[in-house]
Design a binder for this molecule. Structure first.
Ligand code: G3P
Ligand code: CA
Length: 346
């Protein structure tokens, strides 16, 4: 071998393994949506422990603030759908009849008991799930939940991610609170503010994500959630626009991925049974954006889908998403073990 050929072989020997590492295949991530909420009331520490035991890669925290500005893990800005607040504080509803977390101190919220989600009629939102009725479960603070997951990571020898959503940032601002800053303060306090491989931050509001990136200068990956315009999310952004090429160009300027509603990817089935998919995943991947759709529920399948495994197959093997939010992390983990997906990240 000539000298120049030896040099080339040496360079290839050094560089090729690096290239292989850069393009290392990875499995889509399983995100436990509000914990293992298909089995245990959402956002309780019990639901988070179960998700951890089921092998979720990330566990989701929806966050709102208390009157004293403490981030708590709760999906709604209201308390009555998932706690016994109406029984404990019957005269604390606003004129619209709702009990707002922002009107209660943390000390008051600690007295509440959490239960399975109820609908507007007071009945269980998911009738086959955990029985209704206040028990021993409570509403954790974000700090408490991070300590809890960190403790489980230590005792179980794992490294589980946090997937934190800022709920209703404009509502909080009108109430005099900066929820983005309060959450980052907790991440700093807990030593998670630089863990790019272990924390995602998500929000339906584009302005809040830009604020996190440009003003608060977080290095953590940001996910732009995409709703349907009809849902009345707490944002001025046009979600139809965000699903277009120019809309995703804009998203790519401040975020690392998108979190679309699963029906924005799965459009249904043709008469011959073939699956119809939108081009949203391809458009996002072309711009280097990860795609983590929500919400995969074994007890609430989209029309035309015969089983949870079929739903997972469509998204993981046909649409090619990079992760998914599910109330049933055990089923998604089992599916991926039996039907592995390995792809390079965008
Ligand atoms: O954050 C992803 C997904 O959880 C968004 O929907 O309403 O369950 O927070 P929601
Ligand atoms: Ca959420």
């Amino acid at each position: 071998m000539r000298l120049w050929q030896q040099y080339l072989a040496l360079i290839a020997a050094v560089l090729l393994p690096c290239a292989a590492m850069t393009a290392a295949a990875s499995s889509p991530i399983v995100i436990a949506h509000r914990g293992a909420s298909g089995y245990v009331p959402e956002h309780t520490l019990a639901a988070k422990a179960m998700a951890h035991a089921m092998g979720a890669d990330y566990i989701e925290q929806d966050v709102v603030l208390t009157r004293d500005g403490i981030p708590i893990v709760l999906h709604d800005i209201h308390l009555e759908s998932t706690t016994d607040v109406a029984a404990r504080f019957p005269d604390r509803a606003r004129q619209d009849g709702r009990f707002y977390a922002i009107d209660f101190t943390l000390a008051e919220i600690r007295t509440l008991r959490a239960h399975e989600r109820t609908g507007a009629d007071g009945n269980a939102a998911f009738p086959g799930r955990f029985p209704l009725g206040p028990g021993l479960l409570t509403v954790p603070t974000l700090a408490e939940e991070i300590d809890f997951i960190s403790g489980l990571d230590r005792s179980r020898g794992r490294r589980t991610g946090l997937y934190i959503e800022f709920k209703a940032p404009n509502f909080h601002r009108r109430e005099g609170h900066d929820i983005a800053r309060r959450v980052l303060d907790v991440l700093v306090e807990k030593g998670y503010d630089q863990r790019r491989d272990q924390v995602f931050l998500q929000c339906f509001d584009d302005v809040t994500l830009r604020y996190l990136r440009d003003t608060l200068q977080t290095p953590l990956p940001l996910i732009q959630l995409i709703a349907d315009n009809s849902w009345g999310e707490d944002s001025e952004v046009d979600y139809d626009f965000l699903q277009t090429a120019p809309g995703l160009d804009a998203v790519a300027s401040y975020a690392d991925g998108i979190g679309p509603w699963l029906m924005q990817i799965y459009r249904g089935k043709q008469a011959d049974g073939s699956v119809e998919l939108s081009n949203l995943v391809a458009l996002a991947h072309e711009r280097g954006l990860q795609v983590h759709p929500y919400t995969f529920r074994a007890d609430q399948l989209p029309a035309g889908i015969g089983s949870f495994a079929e739903l997972l197959d469509i998204f993981l093997h046909q649409a090619g998403v990079d992760g998914l939010f599910t109330d049933f992390p055990d089923l998604a983990r089992d599916y991926l073990l039996q039907h592995p997906v390995n792809r390079t990240s965008p």
